[in-house]
Write a protein that binds this ligand. Structure first.
Ligand SMILES: NC(=O)c1ccc[n+]([C@@H]2O[C@H](COP(=O)([O-])OP(=O)(O)OC[C@H]3O[C@@H](n4cnc5c(N)ncnc54)[C@H](OP(=O)(O)O)[C@@H]3O)[C@@H](O)[C@H]2O)c1
Length: 300
């Protein structure tokens, strides 16, 4: 009896995501790659945003071979410049009238301070402004495809994050990069997720975020002086396959249909930091992000 119930649930999961259109960033390595593999096994139609064409082709071939799911497409883009984020949204919309799941997974950590061509510190750019801009550009498509889902991959590191809303893109008073920049970018991503969920109430589009755990991926290797330490501790970390479980769950499970504005760890809603629930800060961040990304207020 129990056996049957378990079997039926796995079939229900596959049915829920089968042929749904999923757009995912950072899909060619680590957690993103494993998320794609998991969803491809469930027969989702996947559009992978990757920055390296060759790596993307290899990834696509690997997924098709492993899952026999041929519904895998690539969009090649470096997501640091905003013009590239705009091109990704336009390219996607030109060939797909609907979008069921958007997974903002791409992320990075940098040791040296540098700004993008838009004048934004790189960690904030890729971890926060890219998801903000991409999601807003695809919002009408998501609304037209409701019920649909936005999933933002954040980090428990947000708990020590501090945002300077007077200069959120550059933050000269806290110009240090590395862990500090990573933490504030992930806090910004959670503030954005909760605010988005509030703004999307009643539309059928949900917005949630997640911490994947401490996962053995190449993101840790860009940690400057601490790299050898991370290499040693990586033996205690989760595999990328394990780290992808919550992303796959949020993208596919009927259990989270209609659930919005939550922070998930190990497929369970958890409380994020106190600062992440500050609605006033979230609103100011949203307005400032509209200005920095050049989005008209009515586009949000
Ligand atoms: N690993 C952890 O312990 C951990 C913990 C908490 C949160 N996270 C989050 O999980 C997400 C996935 O990270 P990961 O651990 O799987 O690391 P990863 O293997 O380094 O994956 C990061 C992905 O983002 C892509 N990316 C980075 N910069 C990009 C850019 N400018 N344009 C386009 N794509 C870009 C990378 O592309 P390339 O393959 O071309 O480099 C890669 O596919 C990130 O948001 C990270 O912050 C990870």
């Amino acid at each position: 009896m129990f056996y049957h119930a378990k079997w039926d649930f796995s079939i229900a999961l596959e049915q829920a995501i089968k042929e749904k259109i999923v757009l995912i960033t950072g899909a060619s390595s680590g957690i993103g790659l494993e998320t794609v593999l998991g969803l491809a096994k469930m027969r989702a139609s996947l559009i992978l945003v990757v920055r390296d064409k060759e790596k993307g082709e290899v990834t696509k071939e690997k997924i098709v071979r492993a899952t026999r799911n041929k519904s895998i497409e690539l969009i090649i883009a470096d997501l640091l410049p905003q013009r590239e984020v705009r091109r990704v949204a336009a390219e996607f919309q030109a060939s797909h009238p609907r979008l069921d799941v958007l997974i903002n997974n791409a992320g990075a950590s940098f040791t040296n301070y540098a700004e993008t061509e838009d004048g934004i510190e790189r960690t904030m750019a890729i971890n926060y402004f890219t998801p903000f801009l991409l999601t807003n550009l695809l919002l009408d498509t998501l609304k037209g495809s409701a019920p649909s889902r936005v999933i933002n991959v954040t980090s428990s590191e947000h708990k020590d994050g501090q945002l300077n809303l007077n200069n959120v893109g550059r933050d000269p008073r806290m110009g240090r990069v590395g862990a500090d920049a990573y933490r504030r970018s992930k806090l910004a991503l959670i503030l954005f997720t909760y605010d988005l969920a509030r703004r999307l109430q009643g539309t059928g589009v949900t917005a949630n975020c997640l911490h994947p755990g401490a996962v053995r991926t190449k993101i840790w290797y860009n940690s400057g002086a601490f790299t050898p330490l991370f290499r040693f501790f990586s033996i205690f970390m989760l595999s990328a396959q394990k780290g992808a479980e919550t992303s796959i769950y949020l993208a596919s499970s009927p259990e989270v249909e209609g659930v919005s504005g939550k922070y998930f760890v190990k497929k369970t809603p958890k409380r994020s930091s106190e600062a992440s629930y500050n609605e006033d800060m979230a609103k100011k961040l949203w307005d400032e992000s509209l200005r920095i990304t050049g989005l008209a207020p009515e586009a949000s």
